[in-house]
Design a protein around this ligand. Sequence first.
Ligand SMILES: Cc1cc2nc3c(=O)[nH]c(=O)nc-3n(C[C@H](O)[C@H](O)[C@H](O)COP(=O)(O)O)c2cc1C
Length: 242
Amino acid sequence: MSITALSTNGLVESNGGPSQTLSFEETVRTRRSFRQFLPTPVPDAQILQVLEDAQRSPSNCNTQPWNTHIVSGERIAGLGRLLTAENEAQRFTPDFTFDMECFYGAYGERRRAHGKTFYEAMGVAREDRAGRDKASASNYSFFGAPHAALLFMPSFGDNVRVAGDIGMYGQTFLLSLAARGLGGIPQTSIGFFAQTIREYLGISDELKLMFAISFGYPDYSAPVNGIRMGRVPVSESVTFHR
Ligand SMILES: Cc1cc2nc3c(=O)[nH]c(=O)nc-3n(C[C@H](O)[C@H](O)[C@H](O)COP(=O)(O)O)c2cc1C
């Protein structure tokens, strides 16, 4: 692995010299969730740059609670096979609950709109249960990505603060990928097999799995990667008090 450092012009330098990154605006606008990747591995030096960026994330009292495990090569291939089998057997071992039915009102509507956009892009009809299960099962082969970052965290109290910190870290990680011409997808679904993953990688029970980020070079020819999820206008999310 190479050592990275910020050069005076702000570009990140690695062993190979300065590497260009997108502007902030380009980065935020081009980032999106990719669900099909090329098998080509990302060089270690570039993964380290992304990790260095993510390490700059803010956290409550600067506790930096992220404990990141990167799986690649044989380890991700084996884990993909294991999670696919566990998913087929419905043997879930999550650390945290996730009930999509709890999204009420406008949030529930947005969730349904998201599902419609997603399955339409995949060519899966609403009533095609088997097709939807198959599409969702591709989460467990990490969408063909050559790497995944598993975002583990210690457990403190009701975990709200630490979960927020992990979210901050995850977004910095995703934006760093985008700025460097890479792509990723955050995946709560990987967390449904937290205990299975701890046993597979030999990780302490003290650490809880919040979500994973599969990442690599996006396969831009895959129709699923053409999805552009919309956003409600700022006026629906923000209230100004003057
Ligand atoms: C914490 C988190 C977990 C997510 N988990 C999954 C997942 O398990 N599977 C999946 O296909 N997408 C997952 N997503 C991706 C969301 O569906 C996606 O971010 C959202 O639809 C907006 O689309 P965009 O990221 O392309 O802008 C997750 C997103 C976040 C922030």
